[in-house]
Design a protein around this ligand. Structure first.
Ligand code: FA5
Length: 344
């Protein structure tokens, strides 16, 4: 190697060392097997060893000075921080999906003049069953798989059983007895409780109950309200369907279905395949009917003068109908699984 080539190598090494931000800078350039040592070893190929030695001495001093400067500016292993940069966004949480759905349901029905009310979750047996046309011992009560609680103020033989409401229909009773005077348009949304627990049922869930009572209210009004809700909640084109059913507190009674928005209620996808999301074109959501005359009477309204409709279904269920949301187990709403909740 010529003296000139050696000088070029020294210059190149110094230039590289100045720009280098490697975390192991000290080891890389001044370590036992570092680049300075490697370059020093090539001195044997140079004729003027004295001049080459002087160049190497100077290079070592330059590298040591650089090492001091770099350690004063912050060791290369430390990440440099620019305090003038804008702060990174912290992840922000959101309302629980049940609260989000509750807000949406309330605002949809508010457009139709329905007012949100909340009636007790722990209630008298008479409001949950008796005034809803289910006298003590009536077999229809069994369908509600109810939790009962002893009344704290009534010990002894005559103690009254309180009911953890298994549905929001007690809200109908409270609202009619509270107002006494139609028109009544309420949405009662609360927690409800049943002795049920599996992938599609939770012991605590949420229901919402609609009630409208006035003169000349009939089934077409109910159907119009259900269609309006279907459109507003699930999107344009969604329709409702009512099928005959039996509830003790409505006559006639119906089950409510909403058309599947993936296949438009046909059960078939555009490519001719069966819709796997709904299978039949429809999703069942809850119950409805015309308020039974016995219920109107028990709540102080004259069935000759007034009529009304009521409907109710589970809020958790409204989500299982949305195809972009993955719900394998309805209990995930309440087990604090963030991965599940972040979908909403
Ligand atoms: C009722 O509870 C009636 N009160 C509905 C009603 C209101 C009928 C007004 C007529 C007039 P049902 O037992 O079918 O009906 O429950 C209604 C909905 O609540 C179900 O379709 C389902 O969406 C939801 N639901 C019931 N039990 C559970 C549970 N354990 N977990 C989650 N959701 C449930």
């Amino acid at each position: 190697m010529t003296q000139k080539e050696f000088q070029t190598q020294i210059n190149d090494l110094l230039k590289q060392a100045r720009q280098d931000q490697a975390p192991d800078w000290q080891v890389k350039y001044l370590g036992k097997k570092g680049l300075f040592k490697q370059l020093s070893a090539t001195i044997k190929d140079i004729s003027d060893k004295k001049a080459a030695g002087q160049l190497l001495n100077q290079l070592k001093k330059d590298l040591e000075m650089l090492a001091t400067q770099k350690s004063q500016a912050g060791t290369p292993t430390q990440e440099s921080i620019d305090y003038t940069l804008p702060a990174s966004d912290e992840p922000i949480g959101h309302l629980h999906p049940i609260s989000q759905a509750t807000e949406k349901i309330v605002s949809i029905f508010a457009e139709l003049g329905f007012v949100r009310v909340r009636h007790p979750e722990l209630d008298d047996d008479e409001n949950v069953f008796g005034r809803l046309n289910m006298s003590p011992g009536h077999p229809a009560r069994d369908e509600w798989e109810t939790f009962f609680v002893a009344h704290p103020g009534k010990p002894g033989k005559n103690k009254i059983r309180w009911v953890m409401t298994p549905h929001t229909s007690n809200g109908q009773v409270h609202e009619m007895m509270r107002l006494r005077q139609p028109p009544i348009r309420m949405i009662n949304i609360t927690r409800t409780y049943r002795r049920q627990q599996d992938v599609t049922h939770t012991q605590m869930f949420h229901q919402f109950e609609g009630l409208m009572v006035d003169r000349d209210v009939n089934i077409t009004h109910l159907k119009g309200v259900l269609d309006y809700f279907a459109r507003e909640f699930y999107g344009p084109g969604t329709k409702s369907r009512i099928r005959p059913f039996h509830f003790q507190f409505t006559e006639p009674s119906f089950e409510i279905d909403f058309s599947c928005h993936l296949c438009g209620g046909t059960g078939k996808l555009p490519n001719g395949d069966k819709c796997k999301f709904c299978k039949s074109g429809w999703h069942e959501v809850g119950g409805a009917g015309m308020v039974h005359p016995n219920v109107l009477t028990a709540c102080g309204l004259d069935p000759q003068e007034y009529s009304g409709f009521a409907f109710g279904w589970g809020i958790e269920r409204t989500y299982t109908l949305q195809d972009h949301i993955q719900i394998d187990d309805i209990r995930d709403f309440y087990n604090g699984n963030l991965k599940f909740l972040q979908q909403f």
